[in-house]
Write a protein that binds this ligand. Structure first.
Ligand SMILES: [Zn+2]
Length: 293
């Protein structure tokens, strides 16, 4: 058992037990990047936020060390999304956790059958990638402010104020997306990893995903099915992402005569932050979809 624990990933942000006493601030654990960013915005200087998923780790594959599980169990609050990381889903306890998916209206999981899906074993019936819609993330910010206010009543107002400010920044981002994607040559978004359902839902795009699980190799039949759709929709760009091999997207792009471009699902820390990476995504989309606004 111990040997298994040692090969597991290191914690993000140098989380160590020595920091537990830091100023008596509540320990808040965030499961992966967008939630960590959000929790840092809302927690501000009143909370000590650590991330569970180290940069560069595909969060869907996260395994937790025994130490991480124990830190998570001691934390005042763990912020996660059920269905993204089975290891976290198993480790959290109801009273000290906040499942961000419960704060928003979820969309059903992708419509096509996935190979290898059985390996995940913790399938949820909804698509868990809620953070790619800024308005849903704003709702999560507000709820998170309320949860932190309960966990640390002495700073309740400060949490709520920061939550409102964060929700406001996300609202501005939403307006930029709505305007930037209002007039486009095509509204079809072909992605290697089907992570953009909420973004597509919000901005009236049509996501054609090759696979839900970025680790799963799609079948040749699925690739030709997507190629057919992409040609019919006049798609010129196939989107890939930095943590996943671009091979599948390249094979498809070749077949369709399209280019590939990186669209960041923000499952791992970007070079800037959530807001700047989403603005980069917007520019990428505007170019690829031929938007004029
Ligand atoms: Zn994902």
């Amino acid at each position: 058992m111990l040997a298994g624990a040692t090969l597991l990933t290191t914690a993000a942000c140098g989380s160590g037990s020595a920091e537990t006493a830091a100023g008596g601030k509540p320990e808040v654990v965030a499961a992966f990047y967008p939630l960590q960013w959000l929790t840092e915005q809302v927690g501000g200087s009143d909370a000590h936020v650590t991330g569970l998923t180290a940069p560069g780790v595909e969060p869907h594959d996260l395994e937790l060390s025994i130490q991480q599980v124990s830190e998570l169990r001691k934390a005042a609050l763990t912020v996660y999304i059920k269905g993204v990381q089975p290891a976290v889903d198993d480790a959290v306890e109801a009273e000290t956790s906040f499942d961000a998916a419960t704060a928003v209206t979820t969309l059903p999981a992708g419509g096509h059958e996935q190979e290898g899906e059985a390996d995940h074993g913790h399938e949820v019936s909804y698509d868990p990638h809620i953070w790619l819609d800024p308005t849903r993330l704003a709702t999560v910010a507000t709820k998170l402010g309320e949860r932190l206010a309960v966990a640390d009543p002495a700073h309740a107002q400060a949490y709520k104020d920061r939550a409102a400010k964060t929700a406001g920044a996300l609202g501005t981002l939403d307006q930029e997306f709505a305007k930037g994607l209002s007039t486009c040559r095509t509204k079809s978004l072909v992605t290697a990893h089907e992570a953009f359902g909420y973004l597509a839902d919000r901005y009236k795009l049509k996501q054609i995903g090759i696979t839900l699980d970025p680790e799963t190799e799609p079948s040749p039949a699925r690739i030709s099915e997507v190629a057919k759709l992409a040609r019919a929709e006049g798609v010129t760009t196939i989107f890939t992402e930095s943590l996943v091999s671009p091979k599948v997207a390249e094979v498809l792009a070749n077949e369709v005569g399209a280019k590939t471009a990186v669209l960041d699902p923000l499952e791992s820390p970007p070079s800037g932050d959530y807001l700047s990476a989403m603005r980069d995504n917007l520019k990428t989309l505007q170019t690829a979809l031929g938007c004029t606004a």
